[in-house]
Design a protein around this ligand. Structure first.
Ligand code: FUB
Length: 444
């Protein structure tokens, strides 16, 4: 029940769209396929929903898709619905079966691939396609599904010679088919990919790096559960050779990912469910990933901090910290838009938030969104380290209660330039165990 209440809150009220983890909180989003088109980062997730009253949704309740783009390096813009389940020309109505999609660009057109339950009941899922001149649609949907493909989780690869391949999951194996030039039909048959490890596999995401084909996928170990793993080959259609895990299991549910290179950095997108606490109401996340010199991939550890770089005038969600000590985070209370806050801030407790872009030093002040149940002390903003250069000091004053929020501000003590790691240090006057509740900071 508690989870359901949190969930309802999340659906109705959460509006935060910053690029820390999870990426968005106003919708449940899963299976994020990220793509870079013309140097802009897009993400195409599926959406989880609470089953409407009277609807007995099978397993997941997934009514359709939204698309998102990263704006100013820190904010995800929701472009709205890409496709609703009842707009699928060949789909069964109200089947809530819109699982993981993908979108790629060939020439000057964007092709969006998605699975759905067919009304002809010829398979568990079929895969459809739509075409658009814009990465966020509107897409013109092909009237019938792609013949010869039955399965889930389409993952596309456009090779350097212009040949496109569609990878997908079906019957607990991964398969691949070549696409014809029109991108709407397969050339030949779908075939099972050889060389993959034993165990349940799904969510194939192919990429090419330094001339090698990487097939990354969700791999389920009987004891551990879902992990993200990869295999490599010299041929897009395989056979592949298993290389290891990219991410260990992070909870008792699915994981599903994609990988892109953006601004010269590799990013792994995946999902988890920390807003709802329920593994069928998931939220997309992203963290940086690295290749080793020999082409192997370093394991990624999930973080709250994620990938965004807030600038002057962007909210800095310090509750999505890089490091925390003698403080913790919780869902924010009161009339505040839902999200998280830093709380239980003890004497010399701190929260560190890496990568804040101070630009050319234009910020002169800093704002803080705080709630405080008594007059307690102060908190400081420092650079780099909890004993680093002091750039601002705020008093911690009674705001009317630990859920009564106020925005306070103070001058920066000096001009700060460039991308900096900041540390907020909490100082209690008389050793109280809570100095202040802190929601966000903002440079202006
Ligand atoms: O989101 C529904 C299904 O769960 C996806 O198709 C799988 O990859 C898993 O994430």
């Amino acid at each position: 029940m508690k989870n359901l209440i949190i969930t309802l809150f999340a659906c109705i009220v959460l509006q935060t769209l910053y690029a820390q983890n999870p990426l968005v909180t106003h919708l449940y989003t899963a299976d994020p396929t990220a793509r870079v088109f013309d140097n802009k980062l897009y993400v195409y997730p599926s959406c989880d929903a609470i089953p409407p009253k009277g609807v007995k949704a099978p397993r997941f309740c997934m009514p359709g898709y939204h698309s998102f783009s990263l704006e100013n390096g820190n904010t995800w813009k929701d472009h709205g619905s890409v496709l609703d389940q009842n707009e699928v020309p060949w789909g069964k109505k109200n089947s809530y079966s819109m699982w993981a999609p993908d979108c790629i660009k060939k020439g000057d057109k964007y092709y969006y691939y998605y699975p759905a339950q067919p009304k002809d009941e010829s398979a568990f899922r079929r895969i459809g396609v739509g075409v658009s001149k814009s990465p966020t649609g509107p897409f013109k949907w092909k009237k019938s599904y792609i013949k010869g493909l039955d399965g889930i989780d389409p993952g596309l690869l456009l090779d350097d010679d212009g040949t496109a391949y569609i990878f997908y999951a079906g019957g607990k194996t991964l398969k691949v088919a070549k696409l014809k030039d029109n991108m709407k039909e397969i050339d030949g048959n779908g075939m099972k990919i050889e060389g993959l490890p034993a165990g349940y596999v799904e969510g194939p995401f192919p990429l090419k790096h330094k001339g090698k084909y990487y097939l990354t996928f969700a791999h389920v170990f009987p004891q551990e559960g879902y992990t993200i793993a990869y295999a490599t080959s010299n041929n897009p259609m395989g056979p592949y050779q298993y290389q290891g895990k990219i991410m260990d299991n992070i909870g008792n549910g699915t994981n599903h990912h994609s990988i892109v290179k953006y601004n010269n950095k590799w990013i792994l997108f995946y999902h988890w469910w920390e807003i709802s606490g329920y593994n069928k109401l998931r939220s997309m996340r992203a963290d940086y990933m690295e290749f080793n010199k020999d082409g192997t991939i370093k394991k990624v550890k999930p973080t709250l901090r994620g990938i965004g770089t807030p600038k002057v005038n962007d909210t800095i969600q310090v509750d999505r910290y890089s490091e925390i000590s003698s403080a913790k985070t919780e869902f924010v209370g009161g009339n505040e838009p839902k999200g998280w806050m830093v709380c239980d801030t003890r004497m010399m407790g701190y929260v560190k938030f890496n990568r804040v872009d101070f630009g050319n030093g234009e910020a002169t002040k800093i704002k803080a969104r705080v709630a405080c149940g008594q007059r307690n002390g102060s908190f400081e903003v420092r650079l780099g380290h909890f004993k680093g250069k002091l750039i601002a000091t705020f008093p911690a004053e009674f705001t009317g209660g630990w859920n009564q929020w106020e925005t306070i501000e103070t001058e920066l003590t000096e001009k700060v330039k460039g991308v900096q790691n900041i540390v907020v240090v909490f100082k209690s006057d008389w050793g109280a165990d809570k100095v202040v509740n802190l929601n966000w900071l903002l440079l202006q």
